[in-house]
Write a protein that binds this ligand. Structure first.
Ligand SMILES: C[S@@+](CC[C@H](N)C(=O)[O-])C[C@H]1O[C@@H](n2cnc3c(N)ncnc32)[C@H](O)[C@@H]1O
Length: 279
């Protein structure tokens, strides 16, 4: 799988312009590096595929989407979900890519990047040990990070179209190979009812915004999270910028409803834009 973004395409075009015959780049959005042959008007990949200067220029011009290379053609990594009537695309950053859901980034990218954003969510419930629930999979970054120290991680995703994007994201590949990672497709609201009492030692709840998934912010849902969390187990709940008007209001409501559901030591955890709580 070869995936490129403007972060690779721009320097490649520069190298072509300068007449270089070899160039160092990354074919997996910065995870590893590769040395490629450059010809005057063509970039050659180790697997025999090639791209023209025009194709590279098209990738370089688009800062919002990553491209995969298939049969020497470029294809945007974006899909329309018929079920949910939304557009999903893989958006490059200088580190791990994020996903745009109808134009809204799925991770924090202002002053941070999706990888750092993930680490701050994980830190909120460190040490991440035992059995972990990641309520919403997305690109799988929180699940992958949790699986490094947990015994097992279960992660849930509502929209199969997200899975298509994830399959094409080099940074999500461990999700398909890590043996202690279990994936489910479904609505987290329903899926949580299927787990036994006190099953998880940690829960990472990283839902879409309140306006897109209000039921994942409801007292009923929080009661289920409380039921399936073990005694002294810990929850991290992502909410959004605590300094924005909507973030402030949502945080107040979340804290109140988590307390109603039985959680204690419910407090904002500003560094990860969320709230932490204990059973
Ligand atoms: C903020 S993202 C999660 C990001 C994820 N933590 C990661 O590391 O990439 C939210 C995800 O929840 C999914 N989602 C939305 N509603 C859901 C639901 N009811 N149950 C499970 N997943 C849901 C969305 O499709 C999206 O992929």
């Amino acid at each position: 799988m070869i995936v490129l973004s403007h972060f690779q395409a721009n320097p490649l075009l520069q190298a072509m312009k300068k007449g270089q015959d070899r160039v160092k780049t990354s074919l997996d959005l910065g995870l590893s590096s590769a040395s490629l042959c450059l010809e005057q008007e063509q970039l050659r990949f180790p697997d025999g595929q090639s791209l023209t200067r025009d194709q590279l220029a098209e990738i370089a011009d688009n800062e919002l989407v990553c491209y995969r290379i298939v049969g020497s053609q470029i294809e945007k990594i974006q899909f329309f979900s018929e079920t949910f009537n939304r557009f999903y695309s893989l958006m490059p950053t200088h580190g791990a890519p994020t996903m745009l859901i109808s134009g809204i980034p799925m991770h924090r990218i202002k002053g941070t990047d999706p990888h750092q954003d993930t680490l701050s969510k994980i830190k909120a419930v460190t040490p991440v040990t035992g059995t972990v629930l990641d309520t919403t999979m997305g690109l799988g970054y929180t699940a992958i990070a949790a699986a490094q120290t947990a015994v097992s991680v279960t992660t849930i995703e509502l929209d199969p179209t997200v899975v298509e994007i994830r399959r094409l994201n080099p940074w999500s590949q461990t999700l398909f190979t890590q043996p202690n990672l279990h994936r489910r497709i479904g609505d987290a609201y329903d899926e949580v009812t299927t787990f036994p009492d006190s099953h998880f030692s940690r829960i990472i709840h990283d839902p879409p915004t309140f306006s897109l998934a209000g039921h994942l912010y409801s007292t009923d849902f929080y009661r289920q999270l409380y039921r399936i969390l073990s005694a002294r187990g810990r929850l991290f709940h992502y909410i959004g910028d605590p300094d924005s008007k909507s973030g402030r209001g949502t945080t107040r409501g979340v804290v109140r409803r988590l307390q109603e559901a039985g959680f204690r030591r419910v407090k904002p955890y500003r560094q990860a834009f969320g709230v932490i709580a204990t059973k």
